[in-house]
Design a protein around this ligand. Structure first.
Ligand code: C5P
Length: 398
């Protein structure tokens, strides 16, 4: 059955570029319902979109629709995907706060299909903390938000805020509308987040990992049809829908849990930032200071198990194992050593000192190093795209 995608156009200068997107989707026999805000009609006319999409363009909440009894509910029910492009700061704020004061924002609330937002605005507006907080909120709700490109903006300044290329938006829409099912029937275990090692009942040692990379892999594997177990240390993120979520605390617990699941898994991906040391003796009671400002405290640390190494020793025939190597120097050399010592099929190396790579960032810059010595460097990508590239490589190995 033909897919239907809603394209919500809001009032930014990049609105004119969306005509090309609608035209390309129509050529692929994808049904397109264009919904415009009042402000968007100041930049491009509904007639343009009506001609390209070959159907009425929806603008007014109060229009008497010929097609649906209740316009915003009827239109929302028909969608396989809703895309807001360009998404202005104002519209992002409305979605983040659940406002429904025009047709498009009302459809967003009534919509149950995946929602993709494509922000485009002046770079200072994009960097503004309120906008960033709203974008974070949208991501926490499980909506997908594309990263704007950097370059010269319509207002004349250079910075981040450009609408991504239509090619990029089109590829993302195609990926969401027609997800690959190349991991159907496979069981994938991913670990993510930071492990935590207790000092006393209230304090612990952890690291800066948020779990974004591992969550993106788990989510993508699930979309591709796999049964996914996500073994997760501390992370502020919401567990992805449809994934078996196993929360753990320390490295030893993570290792035990993963060993238990290992025999049933076809693919194991270690994206967690596992602590290498734990406190030798955890204090039973909260440790007290003496009040002396020059006081020193010495904690004795002992090593934790290397989880992938442990699993690597018990690797089943045909089981695929992938690890990460977050490095600050001699990246390839260090990563290769880890590939061998952990018995991995390939390792994903990244230089965590580079801007746009590593912990907390929404993007990553990685190099794949395979057992046969093959090295493949990828450009800066969103963590979702890195996840997709990792799983594409896994599929080739299956
Ligand atoms: O040795 P290093 O910590 O740099 O290796 C990184 C890779 O090994 C990651 O995939 C990480 O999840 C995994 N690892 C592990 N157990 C540890 C330390 C790291 O599985 N104790």
């Amino acid at each position: 059955m033909a897919k239907t995608v809603g394209i919500g156009v809001t009032g930014g200068i990049a609105a004119y570029k969306i005509a090309d997107l609608v035209s390309r989707l129509k050529k692929e026999d994808i049904d397109v319902i264009v919904i415009m805000t009042e402000a968007a009609t100041k930049f491009i006319t509904p007639l343009t979109f009506k001609t390209l999409s070959d159907r009425e363009v929806l603008v007014d909440l109060w229009d008497d629709s010929k097609e649906w009894k209740v316009q915003h509910v009827g239109a929302a029910e028909q969608l396989d995907l809703l895309v807001i492009a360009p998404a202005t700061a104002n519209f992002i704020a409305k979605v983040a706060h659940g406002l429904a004061d025009d047709l498009l924002s009302t459809i967003v609330l009534a919509n149950t299909a995946p929602l993709l937002l494509v922000p485009a605005m002046n770079s200072n507006m994009y960097k503004n903390q309120a906008v960033q907080d709203n974008i974070k909120k949208l991501k926490d709700y499980g909506y997908m938000v594309m990263e704007p490109n950097s370059g010269v903006l319509a207002c004349g300044v250079t910075g981040q805020g450009r609408l991504p290329e239509i090619d990029q938006i089109y590829a993302e829409i195609k990926r969401l509308l027609f997800p690959k099912q190349d991991l159907l029937g496979k069981r994938v275990m991913v670990n993510a987040g930071t492990t935590c090692e207790d000092i006393d009942p209230v304090r612990f040692i952890a690291n800066r990992s948020t779990g974004k990379m591992g969550f993106s892999i788990a989510q993508d594997a699930q979309t591709r049809g796999a049964d996914v177990i996500l073994v997760c240390g501390n992370s502020p993120l919401e567990p992805p829908l449809g994934v078996e979520f196993v929360p753990v605390w320390g490295a030893e617990e993570m290792c035990e849990v993963m060993q238990k699941y290992q025999p049933a898994c076809d693919i194991i991906i270690g994206a967690a930032a596992v602590g290498d040391f734990r406190i030798k003796t955890r204090a039973e009671q909260k440790m007290k200071k003496t009040g002396n400002a020059s006081e020193e405290l010495v904690l004795t640390l002992v090593g934790t198990p290397d989880i992938l190494k442990t699993l690597g020793k018990n690797k089943k025939p045909k089981q695929i194992m992938v690890g990460f190597a977050a490095e600050t120097e001699n990246i390839l050399e260090n990563a290769k050593k880890k590939l061998d010592s952990k018995n991995l099929d390939f390792i994903v190396a990244n230089d965590v000192t580079m801007e746009g790579a590593g912990f907390s960032s929404d993007t990553n810059i990685v190099t794949f190093i395979s057992r046969n010595g093959e090295i493949e460097s990828l450009p800066k990508m969103s963590k979702q795209d890195v996840a997709a590239a990792i799983l594409d490589k896994v599929v080739k190995l299956l």
